[in-house]
Each structure stands twice: as C-alpha cells, then as structure tokens.
Design a protein around this ligand. Structure first.
Ligand code: CA
Ligand code: CA
Ligand code: CA
Length: 236
C-alpha cells in the first residue's frame, strides 16, 4: 500500500470512529433529547395555576428518570410529574405538575422536604453549574430568589407550580440553553427517590444537562408587530 493510500485508510478509519467517540463522551442518547420551548403571543400569569391558554398547547416533558438506578420509573401513585416551558419577551416560563402520595413540607431541612432541583445553563456550557442551581421546596413561600429566577408560585396544594426566569436576549429564536429538572421525593421522613426529566440511562453522576431550545414556529405578522408596537407606545 502506498503512503497516500495508507493516509486515506487512516483518515477514513478516524472519520468512522469519531461520531461514536463523540456520542460516547456526550452520553449518546442525550443528542436527540431536548425540550423545545415555543414562543407564545401572550405570557402566562405566574400564579401557580395552569389555566393559561399557552399551557394547553405546550408539549409536556415527563419527569420519569430515576437518577439513582438510571432507569425509567413506571407511572405509580408514589410519584408522577411533568413540566412544560414557553418564552416571551426575554422571559422563560416553566409550568410543573406533580402528584406525590406523601407531601412533606413542614421539615426545617430541605433534604427532609419534598423539593425540586432545577439547573439552568444560560451560556450553554453543557454542564451543571452550582451558580445556576435552584432548590425549590414544595408549596413554600419563596423568599429571596436567586437570579435569573424571578418568580415561583404554587397552586392546587403543591400539585402545580409556575416559574419565570429573566434571560433577556438569551431567550431568542433558535438559541439553546441547558435545562435540568428533578424532584426529590421524601416520603415517611426519608429521601425516597430522585426523579428527573432526562434520557434513559442518565443518573445524578452525569454532569452534562439536556438542551432547551427557544423555538418560534409562527413569525409575527406585520399587523401583530404593529399591535405590539402600539401596546408599547400606549405605556408611555
Ligand atoms: Ca398561571
Ligand atoms: Ca412519594
Ligand atoms: Ca413525598
């Protein structure tokens, strides 16, 4: 084999194994796992109740991945949960539905309470960062919020929740951020399960987080733009 042929063979071999190697590093099945948050014409009211029209159309992401075993949890009375997200005017809105057989909210320590853990990765580094880790106890008053989280409201006795994140120009069409959401289920005074929205095989050992992509299927028409502009003008 000539030197040229050898080089071609080596390059072909490298090209063959590279996608596999990359996929392996990225965790493989994470590549097609993402949430598309859709631009909405009217922002939801962040009051803890999911009766806003935008939530009827938003596609739910299931919170069903057991972060300890790395397996999918079957639906059960122990825990069922889902979330949805939309965006508007630099804000990301998240709605969460939870059904837990035993809600524990009265303990002082967060680890002994049912709580949500949310990670945001606004600059799309691809990894979890404690700077953007949000621990949210179920049904509790939220106190001081860590930026960019601006609001958390609960409704229906802790079964529904709405949140808003102020992301300014990060929330724009086709941009992606990292987003992770998990529920730490405490039953009978003990942390029973950590369940997340994540691909099959994902555990809490993994540092990478899935993408949330800002999508906009419908471009605003000229008329809508005029109306929006009219609304802005009418504020002054
Ligand atoms: Ca609402
Ligand atoms: Ca439970
Ligand atoms: Ca519980």
């Amino acid at each position: 084999m000539s030197l040229n042929k050898q080089i071609i063979v080596i390059i072909s071999f490298l090209l063959m194994i590279t996608p596999y190697a990359l996929g392996h590093v990225m965790g493989g099945n994470l590549q097609n796992f993402q949430y598309n948050a859709e631009l909405v014409p009217v922002a939801p009211i962040v009051d803890g109740y999911l009766d806003d029209p935008v939530w009827e159309k938003a596609i739910p992401g299931k919170i069903e991945q057991d972060l300890t075993t790395g397996e999918r949890l079957p639906e059960s009375s122990d825990f069922t949960g889902s979330f949805a997200a939309v965006w508007r005017n630099g804000f990301l809105y998240v709605a969460i539905k939870l059904i837990d057989d035993q809600i524990e909210t009265r303990q002082k320590k967060l680890l002994r309470q049912d709580h949500l853990i949310i990670y945001l990765d606004p600059h799309h580094s691809g990894e979890k960062d404690d700077l953007y880790r949000f621990e949210i106890p179920i049904q509790n008053g939220t106190g001081v919020l860590k930026s960019p989280l601006t609001r958390v409201e609960w409704g229906n006795d802790g079964q529904t929740c709405e949140l808003s994140f102020r992301l300014d120009n990060i929330a724009r069409k086709r941009n992606a951020v990292g987003f992770a959401i998990a529920y730490n289920d405490v039953d009978n005074g003990q942390l029973r399960r950590k369940i997340a929205w994540a691909p099959d095989g994902y555990t809490e050992e993994h540092e990478y987080i899935p993408d949330l992509v800002f999508t906009a299927r419908i471009e605003p028409t000229k008329q809508q733009k005029l109306i929006q502009w009219g609304r802005i003008k009418s504020l002054y």
